[in-house]
Write a protein that binds this ligand. Sequence first.
Ligand SMILES: [Zn+2]
Length: 304
Amino acid sequence: MSGAAEGGVRAGVDIGGTGIRVVILEDRREIAAVTLPTSSFERFERHQRSMALARHIRALVPNDKTLMSLGIGASGPVDTVAGVIENPSTLPTFSAFPLVAQLSTHLQVPVRIDNDAVTAALGEFHLGAGIDSRRMLAVTLGTGVGVALLIGGQPLRTANGAHPEGGHIPVGHSDTPCYCGVSGCWETLASRTWLQTELARLAPGIAYEQHDLGFYRDLCQNDPRVARLFQQYGHQVGRGLGALMSLYGPDLTVLSGSAAQLFPLYEDAVQASLVRSKGFELSTRIVMSALGDGAGAIGAALLF
Ligand SMILES: [Zn+2]
């Protein structure tokens, strides 16, 4: 990460299956942002999608500023060297073409890409909930489950340089096989998608995303089945967290994603599932994201 030249700004883009967030940072301060529906790019031919995205980015840069760099965070597997998203399952619109090279040509700036769990973690580490952490585990509970570990601010990589897909570890039994090839995968049991699906079964007609913590707290008090559902969800979140904490030994875990906003409703179940015998204790300091949905795009801008 480096500071921008005077008058220079950095762009960050977080590409998810539902939405694309674009931010402009001057120094480390957000000066402009927009969120676009990912589906709005489907109408373009594949080779025109990067051009359309470049137009949105350029439109956000103030007239008296110069764009210096672009960082991208994207959900699912990403080839950071080739600059290609390889996520046909949940991000087909931006997968399997040289997005980084094309954006670099269109914008005439250097472009880097990483997994969105990594960029969200970088955002929280530099400007959010993880500022005082030396070894930070970041877990995103959204459409899927994203995991990143930052050691002194640097992301842990696999032997071939890829981002470890820590959301895809087997933690239990499930009849629903995950698209990664595992059944009982943590993502299928701990994502917001699981919680939303099960809530819809118990309380049909409630639009999950239109309600906040207070609404669901009331719902838990009025309907013991909903309260039990959040407890079950907490145990399922805790199963995977416990495995990752055992391996990585983080000093802080930051939860983000839409299900993290409801963390107070299942925090006790998570903590109960993380209790270990003497000598096997886990470091269970867990906090909610400080930057919310903006962390991924801000962290992407900070790839430079
Ligand atoms: Zn999986």
